[in-house]
Design a protein around this ligand. Structure first.
Ligand code: SAM
Length: 184
């Protein structure tokens, strides 16, 4: 598939059946990438639920000083993400891991995600709790894209209630972009 970034960069990514959105870049992913840029300061950036890698790869291209981690549970998607990063010369700065592979002493400056809403509310809450508590205290931020009809507003309320200050940064068609701050 072709990943076209709003700044004009075009890259081709290898996909396969059995991975998320293999025929085209997902509209939610496009909305997230159109909305914002990672900080130019670099740091540790995570794409949670990376699939074959469109968000992680865009982060690595847009933030040359950053170390990017792509976290993905599906092995085939991990292989494709790794291969796509290598083909684009980003393999040195983009590490692909399964969800248990996180080096626990590292904190996350920015977490970007088109999260797996369809795993169900309880599993999604567990997943977000696990990863949002790895944000760098005070300064860490997460950027999530969620469809309104898949519960963007109730997810934002739940996050705020759990202690992560959450704001709706933007609406893009059916999608909402949420910004989540580290909880004290
Ligand atoms: C909505 S898709 C987004 C994929 C990719 N970021 C994109 O934009 O095309 C969510 C991804 O999360 C992955 N996923 C599901 N459960 C997960 C978990 N517990 N940890 C990490 N990734 C998970 C799915 O396999 C899927 O690839």
């Amino acid at each position: 598939v072709e990943l076209v970034l709003p700044e004009g960069t075009v890259v081709r990514l290898l996909t396969d059946r059995g991975t998320f959105s293999p025929d085209h870049i997902d509209e939610g992913t496009k909305a997230l990438l159109a909305h914002g840029q990672p900080s130019p300061r670099g740091g540790t950036l995570v794409d949670l639920g990376a699939g074959y890698g469109p968000i992680a790869i865009a982060l690595a291209m847009r933030a040359p000083a950053a170390e990017v981690w792509a976290v993905e549970v599906n092995q085939r998607a991990r292989e494709l993400c790794e291969r796509n990063a290598r083909t684009l010369g980003l393999g040195e700065r983009l590490t692909v891991i399964d969800p248990d592979g996180w080096p626990d002493l590292t904190t996350i400056d920015e977490l970007w995600s088109n999260p797996p809403i369809r795993i169900g509310k309880a599993a999604l809450h567990d997943l977000l709790t696990r990863w949002l508590d790895r944000l760098t205290p005070a300064t860490g931020r997460a950027y999530l894209v969620v469809q309104k009809h898949l519960g963007a507003d109730s997810l934002a309320r739940w996050l705020t209630d759990q202690g992560w200050p959450t704001t709706r940064l933007a609406r893009r068609g059916a999608y909402r972009i949420l910004q989540v701050e580290a909880r004290p």
